[in-house]
Ligand binder design. Structure first.
Ligand code: IPE
Ligand code: IPE
Ligand code: MG
Length: 251
């Protein structure tokens, strides 16, 4: 019975989980360390969560690693983050590939150093045929910018006479954004206690279930993730309908 229950739950697991990994700086400061020491500890948490999602056969995990606003941080912190980004790709991509994980990046890459951009492209190419977990890293990503670029590409099509303005609909906008081929996130998690989206996937989060935890990102582990999923399983996703309608649909 227990096992059967477990299997039923699995069928309802989120297909796509999106996480704002927040609280690295405070984690370090609590230990009287400089705040940048929190970021390597955050990478360890990333590895735990990727392992969990791959094992639980989650389809997509999107992690907010660096926002388009994070360039405003002190120069030293930005430069440490860039170094860590490069180092982590160098150390981890082979292992991701071995584990059948497909790596993708969203965000504007041209602001990164040339060698970082090359490594990003190379990592995506190496893993593009993998069929397990898709790991999306949002790097120099901003939801507003994503939408602005989508509007530019649609406007271009209108200008070229390929699209009439009245043909622009939700599907066309969604398709012009990042990751149009992936399902929208079912579950959004933000660690670190703040309750805001911070310009993450604005369009794609329209009907996502939100889970906020005060746990700082470097302390995030499989149990924290399981708690978030267990909470998700108790939610009723109504998409505007009444509870009665939803229940009669699932019977
Ligand atoms: C998240 O942790 C990591 C990045 C934004 C790169 P923070 O560095 O924002 O940690 P806090 O919020 O200052 O504690
Ligand atoms: C959001 O965290 C971005 C990432 C986790 C990469 P921030 O710590 O930058 O968010 P704000 O500035 O507190 O909203
Ligand atoms: Mg923060």
């Amino acid at each position: 019975m227990q096992a059967e229950q477990g299997e039923t739950d699995k069928a309802h697991y989120p297909k796509h989980i999106a996480i704002i990994m927040d609280g690295n700086g405070r984690w370090a400061q609590k230990r009287h360390l400089p705040r940048i020491m929190g970021h390597p500890a955050g990478v360890k948490a990333v590895k735990r969560v990727v392992k969990f999602c791959a094992e639980q056969e989650i389809q997509v995990l999107t992690l907010f690693a660096f926002s388009s606003e994070n360039w405003r941080r002190p120069k030293e912190e930005v430069s440490k983050l860039m170094g860590l980004f490069m180092l982590t790709m160098q150390k981890e991509v082979k292992r991701l590939n071995k584990n059948n994980i497909r790596l993708r990046f969203i965000g504007e890459r041209t602001d990164f150093a040339e060698k970082i951009q090359q490594k990003m492209t190379e990592s995506e190419r190496l893993t593009e045929k993998n069929t397990g977990l898709t790991l999306v890293i949002a790097a120099n990503y901003g939801g507003h910018r994503d939408m602005a670029l989508a509007m530019q590409s649609i406007a271009q099509q209108v200008k070229e006479g390929k699209v009439e303005p009245e043909e622009i609909d939700e599907a066309m906008i969604g398709n012009a954004l990042s990751i149009p081929d992936l399902p929208d996130p079912d579950l959004f998690i933000r660690t670190g206690g703040e309750k805001r989206i911070s310009n993450f996937l604005l369009w794609q989060l329209a009907y996502t279930e939100f889970h906020f935890t005060s746990k700082l990102w470097p302390d995030f582990d499989a149990q924290t993730m399981q708690d978030a999923i267990d909470g998700f399983l108790t939610r009723e996703r109504r998409y505007g309908r009444t509870s009665e309608q939803v229940q009669s649909m699932s019977n």
